[in-house]
Write a protein that binds this ligand. Structure first.
Ligand code: CO8
Length: 303
């Protein structure tokens, strides 16, 4: 991982760099550059449930769930902060990808059982309980989950809302809601089936058992497994690679893959072909293919 220390170093280093360039911009009398970018402003904001940092290049936003006393149990306030951070990173042109991670012991041990235990259907219905908990799926930029420790219930569902999952070798995935007399509420009976198929999903949901990182990888829930202390760094590395491409193309890739969950094969292929054709209206497609022919690196303008 960016071990906790390395991770902290990234967090600490970035604001210092941002401050230094802001100061030099002030010296140059450049008021626009002097104001912090939306993403860098997140890194100095005071959060209750999360921490936000940027990679060295500033192109990858790193959101860390940070509620250690409750193993990152997901409460409403946490989701308000998470949504706010993801929305800001998604809208910042300097950011090309986002990594969502947790703590070494838990990515998230589920929805906050104590917060919801005594709520009732009518109140939950009227307040649209969980309604804003899926906003991360609306992000246009790729979001990579870097999971260490427990990813249970809503924690597993949150990881599945991301575009792909990298797991530390200590990760444990499960949908234990059955043990609480309830059922998954945000994708454990839907996204999980699409990720691993009916039989494996049924087993996880009906037994409440946990999968090791290795089992989750074998089932197709997880893209890759790394030593736990390297998984965040590996996710950031992938984020940097994604952020080095045209943002128009990466967003279209993500949109096309996600459509495969919603559309029939014929409709999906039609949608993919239209988007592919549409890339020929972009400067980045012209630049990418020209650069290939000229044997040089492409200079993307995200246009
Ligand atoms: N909610 C609230 N508090 C929690 C949760 C949780 N989900 N998980 C752990 N905690 C708290 C514990 O109560 C404990 O607090 P305290 O110290 O005050 O007693 C602290 O975190 C540490 O936990 P443990 O002492 O239990 O730690 P262990 O290492 O012994 O056990 C486990 C770790 C196995 C993860 C255990 O804590 C556990 O089983 N947790 C509950 C897991 C669970 O059932 N999750 C599913 C919740 S229901 C759900 O997620 C519905 C999804 C709805 C949609 C969500 C959309 C994203």
């Amino acid at each position: 991982m960016l071990s906790s220390i390395t991770h902290a170093a990234v967090r600490a280093a970035r604001p210092a760099t941002a401050r230094a360039s802001a100061l030099s911009a002030i010296r140059r009398g450049n008021a626009t550059a002097a104001s912090a970018s939306p993403a860098s402003a997140l890194t100095t904001r005071s959060w209750e449930y999360i921490k936000v940092s940027l990679s060295e290049t500033g192109k990858v936003g790193i959101v860390q769930l940070n509620r250690p006393k409750a193993l990152n149990a997901l409460c409403s306030g946490l989701f308000h902060e998470l949504n706010d951070a993801i929305r800001t990173l998604d809208n910042d042109p300097a950011v090309g990808a986002v990594v969502l991670t947790g703590l070494p012991k838990a990515f998230a041990a589920g929805a906050d059982i104590k917060e919801m235990a005594n709520t009732h259907f009518v109140d939950n219905y009227k307040s649209n309980f969980l309604g804003h908990w899926t906003e991360i799926t609306q992000a246009r930029k790729p979001v990579i989950a870097a999971v260490q420790g427990f990813a249970l219930g809503g924690g597993c569902e949150l990881a599945m809302m991301c575009d792909l999952i990298y797991a530390g070798d200590n990760a444990k995935f499960g949908q234990p809601e059955i043990k609480l007399g309830t059922i998954p509420g945000a994708g454990g009976s839907q996204r999980l089936v699409k990720a691993v198929g009916k039989s494996k999903a049924m087993e996880l949901v009906l037994s409440g058992n946990m999968w090791s990182a290795e089992e989750a990888e074998r089932a197709g829930l997880v893209a890759r497994v790394f030593p736990a202390d390297t998984v965040v760094a590996e996710a950031v590395k992938l984020g940097e690679q994604i952020a080095s491409y045209s943002q128009v193309a990466t967003q279209m890739c993500k949109e096309a893959v996600n459509k495969s969950f919603e559309l029939s094969l014929a409709e999906g292929l039609h949608f993919e072909r239209r988007l592919f054709q549409a890339t020929f209206a972009t400067k980045d497609q012209k630049e990418g293919m020209k650069a290939f022919a000229e044997k040089r690196a492409a200079q993307w303008t995200n246009q």
